[in-house]
Every structure is written in C-alpha cells, then in structure tokens.
Design a protein around this ligand. Structure first.
Ligand code: NAD
Length: 361
C-alpha cells in the first residue's frame, strides 16, 4: 500500500501558476514511480483570491492547509494590488498570516553556486569560481517584526522592539544543529552581542545548545562582520543561524551572491515538521505568461517539502541531482543564460528535469 500525503497547492499570482505547473510534472512522476502518493488539492491565494473573494487568504484555503501535510506555495503580489492598505495586500494578508497561524518558526534558505555557474554571481571571479553551498537558518516568528512598535506621526517619533524568549531561540537553534549534522558539521551563529541584550541571550542560548552537539563546530559572528565575510569568502560558510531580522538581511545577501533568485527555494517549518515551501523570489509580474521564468526554485521547493515534511530523503536527493544535471549539461532559462542567449523555456526546463529524474529511477 502506498503511503498518501495531502499537499495544499497555492500557485498564486504572476509566474506562480506557470512554475507550479512544472512542479506538478515532478509530482506526477513521484506518484507513478515511487511508493508514496502526493495527493494535491489546489487553493486560491494572493491577488487572484482578492479578485475572486476580496480576501487574499480565503477560509477554504486556510481549511485546506489545515487538512494537509504541507503547503506548496507559488508566489503572490503584483502592481494591481499595490493600492490596497498594507494589511490587505497579498503578501501580508496571506504569507505572514500562514507563518503565524501554523507557527512556522524555522525558515531554511539554501543558497548554492555551482562553480561552473560562477558567471551568474556579482562577486569577483576568483571568489565565485570557488562556488559555495550555504544553508541560512532564520528564526521566523519572533524578534523585532513581532515586538511592540509605534509610529506617532504628531511627535515624529517611532520605535520597534526586538525581544526573544529563551525557548524561541532554543527551538530554532536545535533544528540548526540537527541540520548541520547532515552537512559539514559547522555553524556560524549571527548576533550583535557587543551591543544588543537580545543578542547576549541569543549567544548564551546557542552556546548551551551546542553542548549537546559536540561534533558540530560552532562559531559566533557579529552581523556587520558577517555581511562582509559573505562577500569576501562565501565558500567558508556552511550553516548560518540567525534571528528574524538578521536572517532577513543575510538570506537576501546569500541569494544575491548566488546570482539567481529563480533557482532558490525556501522552507518555513513548525515543530511537527508541517511546512510551507516556496521560491525565495516573488511573482515577477513583468515576465509572467511569457514561458521564460525559471521553474527550478519551485521544483526545489517541492524537493524540500519531500525532504523535511515527508521525510523521504531519497526522492528529494533524486530531484536535486536531476536539477543539477540539467544545469551542468548547460540547459538554462533566460535568467541564468550567459548574455541572455541560447536559453530554453519554462516548460522545456520542467521537461528536461523530469527526463533526468526518470533516468535515475
Ligand atoms: P521578484 O522576486 O518577483 O523579482 C525580482 C527579479 O527577479 C525580477 O527581475 C524577476 O524577473 C526575477 N525573477 C524572480 N523570480 C524569477 C524566476 N523564477 N525566473 C526568472 N526570473 C525571476 O521581486 P519584486 O519584483 O520585488 O516583486 C514582484 C512582486 O512579487 C511584488 O508584488 C512583491 O510584493 C511580490 N513578492 C512576493 C513574494 C512571495 O510571494 N513570497 C516575495 C517577494 C516579492
């Protein structure tokens, strides 16, 4: 008997539906060839849901997510909905709500540069040619984005508050150490412990957790230094552990130096391994519908879902290596082609990755 998993699929806006279509092709292969079934059910989210129901996250969508083992998310947003008040806009009303609703405190963003694709990176060639493989772990439901804040326009005065409870740090740090065990066994924890009280607690707590993981080499780095070291020598990093604010900044820097937002997936997971998986980039409205978007971020998001929420490392590894083979054999979408020439379409990239996956089974 095949084991069944319910997956809520939320394609969203812009390029979301067309790159999701390529992930569906992979799901079809998995359902046919592997001993698991991914039961997909599609729901509206983002701008398209606003147009239909005047709500970026309709009740049906939330209920559908609740009934699922994981959420595969596309992307949301676009100019059409930018006039709305902030809390009604697609991103805030859907993504931020889902993160909080399902307590998705652990955000994982891999950032990889194969040395063969060095030319994509804005870094100097002698640095980018070394390639890198970084896993940025960001605490996602605490810190300054959720602290007390105020903007008093009459006094022209505003404040935001960074605050953390120890248990919020413990749970994300533990996950980071467990992840590091499956990689090069080293973590750099980011803080500003020379100035901020929350960072002092952060560093002390991470040190305490590290006692349970003697095989992992832990070091600490101030956020300002980390932003420099990532440009200077990204290949020396493996797992980076950050608070919500510092992780927001560093994960974008990691994406930028890899040079290809269209290839970067991201996972947001809770204590029970329920997660939301989505491309790191947005809805790229200016290229939507042109069959030129890169589907790799969406396909790798599916691979992360299978790895972390379903726990099937073998299938996830097969998807990852099929993507790698497509890149190494020089199949490129427009965003990663040299000088924007000799590129293949979104559909073709999806088909080629499927072909390499089938070859591996
Ligand atoms: P974006 O990530 O959509 O686009 C930035 C650049 O990257 C553009 O040049 C775009 O063409 C390119 N790009 C992104 N994904 C690509 C892909 N798969 N293939 C090829 N090229 C790709 O960011 P933006 O332009 O700042 O935002 C556009 C919309 O997306 C806005 O409405 C924003 O609010 C929304 N957004 C949504 C999310 C999300 O759903 N998680 C994240 C960021 C932005």
């Amino acid at each position: 008997m095949k084991k069944k998993y319910n997956i809520a699929v939320l394609p969203g806006d812009g390029i979301g539906p067309e790159i999701m279509k390529q992930a569906y092709k992979i799901i079809q292969i998995i359902n046919q060839k592997f001993p698991i079934v991914l039961n997909t059910q599609e729901y509206d989210v983002g701008g398209i849901a606003i147009d239909k129901f005047n709500n970026a996250l309709p009740k049906d969508t939330i209920e559908g997510c609740k009934k699922s083992h994981a959420i595969l998310f596309g992307s949301v947003g676009g100019n059409k909905w930018n006039h709305l008040p902030e809390e009604k806009r697609p991103e805030k009303a859907s993504l931020l709500f889902l993160r909080k609703k399902f307590d998705l405190f652990l955000n994982i963003r891999p950032s990889k540069l194969e040395s063969e694709l060095f030319y994509l990176s804005p870094l100097r060639q002698d640095i980018s040619k070394k390639g890198f493989d970084i896993m940025c772990i960001r605490e996602l439901t605490g810190g300054i984005y959720f602290g007390k804040s105020e903007y008093d326009k009459s006094k022209e005065y505003a404040f935001d508050t960074e605050n953390y409870f120890k248990n919020e740090i413990i749970r994300v740090a533990k996950k980071a150490f467990q992840l590091a065990q499956t990689r090069k066994k080293k973590i750099v924890s980011i803080d500003k412990a020379n100035v901020l009280k929350t960072s002092i607690l952060w560093r002390k707590t991470v040190d305490e957790i590290s006692i349970n993981f003697p095989e992992i080499k832990l070091s600490h780095m101030y956020i300002d230094n980390a932003t420099m070291q990532l440009i200077r020598n990204p290949s020396k990093f493996d797992v980076i552990l950050c608070s919500n604010l510092f992780g927001d900044i560093l994960s974008d820097e990691c994406a930028e130096i890899s040079g290809s937002i269209g290839m970067l997936p991201s996972a947001s997971i809770n204590e029970n391994n329920f997660g939301l998986y989505e491309p790191a980039g947005g809805s790229a409205p200016e290229i939507a519908g042109k069959n030129i978007a890169n589907p790799i971020a969406q396909i790798l998001s599916l691979s992360m879902l299978i790895r972390y929420s379903i726990g099937n490392i073998k299938i996830a590894d097969l998807i990852d290596s099929s993507v790698k083979e497509a890149l190494l054999k020089n199949f490129k979408t427009k965003d990663i082609s040299r000088n924007g020439e000799n590129y293949i379409s979104t559909e073709d990239m999806g088909n080629i990755i499927c072909k390499f996956l089938l070859k591996r089974i």
